[in-house]
Design a protein around this ligand. Structure first.
Ligand code: SAM
Length: 415
């Protein structure tokens, strides 16, 4: 069901809100679609009934990103693109810490980031987008969070003139901006992800025409670093961000927020934040065969390439297994939010027969398989190992060790 201005009018009305309240208490699973629509259609027009069901389901999905999702408004695409509250707040706190309280949100969508940009006492946000439907939702969503000092403005951000007027009209100096370009484009009626910053909507290059003192740009976590080279002069740095160990985004910090070194940030769902910055003085990590423990670093740390900095932070020797693969190894176990760890029981160059024998020797009858840099599919290996399901459990890690395809047999994950 496509949401339109007409169906949004209904959802904003008292009857629409009553329909959404009713739906919030129902089983919204797909199998229940017809009974739900039949009940709704007794009271509401078919399009309104469909829109209410779509919105109720979007609210349910959005609960993973927003604490007040049950009162907010989304389109499927805008929800997909919206930052989650905890990540957005972590990002935006850099502005507040540097005393930037008045921020322009360029490409605000349904207002996911604008909500957080306006969260600090005394903060104000101008939320700009060209999409009128999303802006209506942004306005409603900002109200849900009681963001009174927010202005929602329809404008094309590639056009410098409206932006100048907006900045003056708000009556405050808006010296900082957050820019979140779309990384999905529509072609032939289908949405597809774009990977080059040149294909973002609008393209990254648009930042060159803005004169903000400080700026953050949200980028795809897989962004190619060589594409960013033209922007990385003396006042720009890149931060990679993960949420609970899942890589979520890269941020280009620009202007007065761009000083310092590239960094990795790990945000936990409960709001705890860990940050690691590149340290040009850190001594690089050497290679070693597997030692007593195998470590898998957080993907933000891997993307930022901060192994040497991690070694410095842990105050212990850690080694890479292979120059191309991000597994680490060490003689002792050091719990760290940046690392998942397994005790190493044995390792061998990959050979199915020898691996089966090694498992049998250790009375291992159940395995899970992880891999990095190996062509073998975990399910294929499990099938070929023909284990009897009895005895101990283990984790088999398929990877390269100094360029050699290898298998590491590990105990259960620690911590
Ligand atoms: C990735 S979404 C923003 C999501 C938002 N930060 C959030 O958390 O909800 C990008 C937005 O940029 C807007 N946009 C794209 N090109 C634009 C342009 N030239 N002028 C204004 N807005 C534009 C799109 O309409 C879309 O809402």
């Amino acid at each position: 069901m496509t949401l339109s201005h007409t169906t949004l009018n209904f959802l904003f009305s008292d009857t629409g809100r009553a329909a959404l309240d009713w739906l919030a208490a129902q089983d919204l699973s797909d199998t229940n679609t017809l009974p739900l629509l039949n009940t709704l259609r007794r009271e509401y027009a078919p399009d309104d009934a469909g829109a209410a069901l779509t919105m109720a389901r979007l609210r349910q999905r959005a609960a993973a990103k927003f604490s007040r999702a049950d009162q907010m408004f989304f389109t499927p695409d805008a929800l997909e693109q919206a930052s989650s509250e905890v990540i957005s707040y972590t990002r935006i706190s850099h502005f507040f810490q540097s005393s930037y309280l008045h921020i322009v949100d360029l490409g605000c969508g349904i207002g996911g980031d604008a909500i957080m940009l306006g969260s600090y006492p005394g903060a104000g946000v101008i939320a700009v987008d060209r999409d009128a439907l999303r802006l209506r939702m942004a306005r409603a969503n900002l109200a849900v969070y009681d963001r009174r000092w927010s202005h929602v403005v329809q404008a094309d951000i590639t056009d410098p003139l409206p932006l100048q007027r907006i900045r003056q009209r708000a009556g405050k100096e808006y010296k900082a901006a957050f820019f979140d370009p779309a990384r999905r484009v529509e072609s032939g009626g289908k949405k597809r992800r774009v990977f080059s910053v040149r294909d973002y909507v609008p393209p990254l290059d648009v930042i060159r025409q803005w004169d903000f003192e400080a700026m953050a740009v949200k980028l795809s976590p897989g962004v190619k670093l060589d594409e960013l080279a033209p922007y990385i002069q003396d006042r720009a740095r890149i931060e990679f961000v993960s949420l609970g160990g899942e890589l979520k985004e890269a941020v280009l910090w620009y202007g007065l927020l761009g000083f310092g070194e590239n960094s990795a940030t790990r945000v936990e769902a409960d709001g705890r934040v860990y940050a690691l910055y590149r340290n040009p003085g850190a001594i690089s990590v050497r290679l070693s065969a597997p030692r007593a423990y195998l470590y898998e670093p957080d993907p933000a740390l891997i993307r930022a390439g901060l192994f040497a900095e991690l070694k410095l932070e842990l105050r212990q020797q850690i080694f890479l297994l292979d120059p191309q693969i991000a597994y680490l190894t060490a003689d002792s176990y050091v719990p760290s939010p940046w690392l998942r760890a397994w005790p190493v029981l044995a390792w061998l160059p990959f050979n199915l027969k020898r691996l089966r024998a090694a498992l049998r020797e250790r009375n291992i009858g159940r395995v899970t398989v992880k891999k990095r840099g190996s062509p073998i599919l975990p399910e294929d290996l499990i099938r070929k190992l023909k284990l009897n399901g009895e005895g101990d459990a283990a984790v088999i890690v398929l990877t390269q060790i100094a360029d050699q395809h290898s298998a590491i047999i590990c105990g259960e994950m620690l911590g």
